[in-house]
Design a protein around this ligand. Structure first.
Ligand code: CMP
Length: 682
């Protein structure tokens, strides 16, 4: 009764009156009150004025009344004037209490999905302001709070921000579990799962969850409550991530279990439920993908890779028995064997065969058994000796060493205190490739570009999006390899230094000019084929001081080639974050081979510039940025590369030339070669 008196009493009476009967004075009174509400503070006054004519007052004298339940259709948005309500979910019980000044119920309206929680009045005399769905959508939706924070036991668990473009909330941060829960509840139901329309947040999650939520936690908790959604989710997961899902023991047994669960459901309920049929057909699709993959794996098990003999680790790993045209055949996997050499200080060597992901420790033990060193194993070290003589020791726990060492590097086994005495083996400086087939000048430029592009495409095709994450966050964190990415990046260096080597090896000035011209032509063809990786590598080779200082050679270059080179220089110009290149490729259709080092740089920048966790929550905005870069890879490969083959003169020669480019990558050697060719004029 006390409440009925005083200035509030009049306001309440006005609020209780039907909307159509509110006088301008009434509206003014309500408006003034709305202006004092904390939960509305972010809204412009014009919106509060509009709200004044639609808000409905709702009083709940007794606690315990349930306003709506999880799963109900969303009909209104609420603001608490006085009192409190509880937020409760089926899986967790009461997760939060909301008090005066707080709002709730907007989520279901925005996304047009069922209520994500049950709301119950917690205190006697709880007073609410209600805005019905239609009014909410008309007045508030578009300017409603840009960020929504969901809390559990007083802590933020999910932060969403409205994207004005998509009319959807984007995930800004959250706990791993809440993010997943949110995705399952809000991001699957309205989209056609099998179709191409994909919620960006879901895609972000699929691409990056390994950073903050290992696969083993994507667990069965959700299976029990919402199996159908889990099946939909798993379907997207398999389609997005492909083979790593099947390579993971945990996710494999999860899939098997899920499949047998769904089968059991089908037997129990027969073909009665349409939803169940849909679920079964998605599951069937997943499992047949899995079986196909397993067959393929069986076929290729024991695949071996080798570092070609002759001490030229620059050459690419070639599958020894690659006969069929199987798309995943040439992907390097952790358990594949690799054959490589390990040198001793006296340049004798032994040949080892170990899994790609073998640790430095395993290599050490393997090489120790084969070489005759009089030191105890514990005194020994595995060291990379680069072609410029630099020595890089490996920690015993480091792995996949043969694929990560630099171009023209050799792997050495040495006693710890002898490391500084290691010298390059002669092959590291040798400029002749193992089997040079024909020379650059005699081969058709277009054919070279064609086969280089096919070669690069194959390497690029094998790189998984995850490898970008592994490389950026550190392979050891995931116990994974980045071999396919390493090889592709090494190919970039190989092309770059091959260009410099070819030019510096030509003694005769007119031959040199000719090669320079041919290289520019080669870049032109690569660009026409959208092979930007090779294009950049060639251009960067041509811009290296050892080449650019050869002014006599450049002077003799025909003006057409010169003009073309200048034009290309602007395309590779790194200023304003490689703007010229980004604009150019932004307009091009897939398929293409992107300038890979830039994608790596983008990943590193995002990683270094943004914390993975903020206030204990996963910084999902960072995940979104990472996923954007990862999606670039996907975009480039939406279609498989098919090119018209040029008229072939000597295909076999071109192919073997392309697979083994000769290259010196010691800057000092190249510079002194260059100086001999054209001593500086005084
Ligand atoms: P809606 O899904 O429309 O209905 C339930 C509301 O509870 C939801 O919108 C949010 O406004 C609110 N809510 C607050 N905290 C949580 C939480 N931790 N989980 C789910 N909903 C919450």
């Amino acid at each position: 009764e006390l409440e009925q008196r005083g200035p509030d009493a009049h306001l309440r009476m006005v609020l209780r009156s039907p909307n159509s009967e509110r006088t301008p004075e009434d509206l003014e009174l309500i408006y003034e009150d709305l202006c004092m509400q904390k939960a509305l503070a972010h809204l412009p006054n014009s919106v509060k004025r509009e709200l004044a004519s639609v808000v409905v007052f709702e009083a709940h004298p007794k606690l315990g009344h349930t306003l709506f339940r999880q799963g109900d259709e969303g009909k209104a948005w609420y603001l608490i004037l006085h009192g409190a309500v509880t937020v409760e979910t089926y899986s967790k019980g009461v997760v939060e209490t909301l008090y005066e000044g707080e709002d709730f119920g907007g989520l279901a309206l925005i996304h047009n999905v069922p209520r994500s929680a049950t709301i119950t009045v917690k205190e006697d005399n709880t007073h609410l302001l209600r805005v019905d769905k239609d009014s909410y959508n008309k007045i508030v939706r578009d300017i409603e709070t840009n960020t929504v924070k969901l809390k559990e036991i007083g802590n933020d668990v999910l932060v969403l921000e409205k994207s004005p473009r998509l009319h959807k909330y984007m995930i800004i941060a959250g706990t791993p579990q809440k993010i997943l829960e949110h995705l399952l509840e809000h991001r699957l139901s309205n989209t056609n799962v099998a179709g191409s329309r994909n919620d960006p947040c879901l895609d972000d999650f699929l691409l990056t969850h390994i950073v903050f939520m290992p696969t083993r936690t994507l667990d069965r908790e959700y299976t029990i409550n919402c199996k159908r959604k889990v099946v939909q989710f798993v379907y997207r997961w398999v389609v997005t991530i492909r083979h790593p899902v099947f390579d993971d023991v945990v996710s494999m047994s999860f899939l098997e279990e899920l499949a047998s669960d769904v089968e059991a459901d089908c037997q129990l309920l027969g073909g009665k439920s349409q939803a169940l049929q849909e679920e079964a057909s998605l599951m069937h699709h997943i499992m047949s993908r899995l079986r196909r993959y397993q067959d393929e794996r069986l076929e290729t098990s024991g695949l071996k890779w080798k570092l070609p003999p002759g001490g030229q680790p620059i050459c690419l790993f070639t599958a020894m028995n690659s006969t069929s045209k199987n798309s995943s055949r040439s992907i390097i996997r952790p358990m594949d064997d690799i054959i490589f050499r390990v040198y001793c200080a006296d340049h004798t060597f032994c040949t080892l065969r170990l899994p790609v992901n073998a640790t430095a420790e395993a290599i050490k033990v393997g090489a120790y058994e084969k070489c005759s060193l009089r030191h105890p194993v514990s005194d020994l070290r595995i060291v990379e000796v680069k072609s410029n003589g630099e020595r890089v020791p490996f920690r015993d726990s480091e792995h996949s060493i043969p694929t990560t060492v630099a171009l023209n590097s050799c792997i050495f086994l040495t006693p710890k205190d002898h490391m500084d005495a290691l010298t390059c083996v002669p092959e590291q400086e040798k400029s002749e490739g193992a089997e040079i087939s024909g020379d650059f000048e005699s081969l058709s430029t277009k054919e070279l570009a064609y086969h280089m592009t096919l070669f690069d495409w194959e390497l690029f095709w094998n790189v998984h999006e995850y490898e970008l994450i592994y490389l950026t966050f550190g392979r050891h964190r995931f116990q994974q390899i980045t071999a396919n990415l390493d090889i592709f990046l090494r190919r970039f260096n190989e092309i770059q230094y091959w260009v410099i080597t070819e030019i510096c090896m030509s003694q005769n000035i007119s031959k040199r000019t000719n090669i320079l011209k041919k290289m520019i032509k080669l870049a032109t063809y690569c660009k026409e084929y959208y092979n930007f990786n090779a294009f950049f590598a060639i251009l960067m080779g041509l811009s290296d001081v050892a080449v650019s200082r050869l002014s006599t050679t450049w002077d003799k270059l025909p003006s057409k080639s010169r003009k073309q080179f200048t034009e290309y220089e602007t395309l590779i110009d790194p200023s304003r974050n490689h703007r010229a290149y980004r604009i150019t490729v932004g307009k091009l259709p897939s398929p293409m081979i992107p300038f890979m080092p830039l994608l790596i740089k983008d990943m590193k920048f995002t990683h270094d510039g943004n914390k993975t966790h903020v206030d204990g929550l996963v910084n999902f905005e960072k995940m979104h940025m990472l996923a954007q870069t990862m999606r670039t890879l996907r975009y480039c490969r939406i279609r498989h590369l098919v090119l018209d083959p040029p008229v072939s003169k000597n295909e076999a020669d071109v192919k073997s030339y392309v697979s083994c480019l000769r290259c010196i990558n010691n800057e000092r050697t190249l510079m002194s070669m260059s100086q001999k060719l054209e001593p500086r004029r005084t």
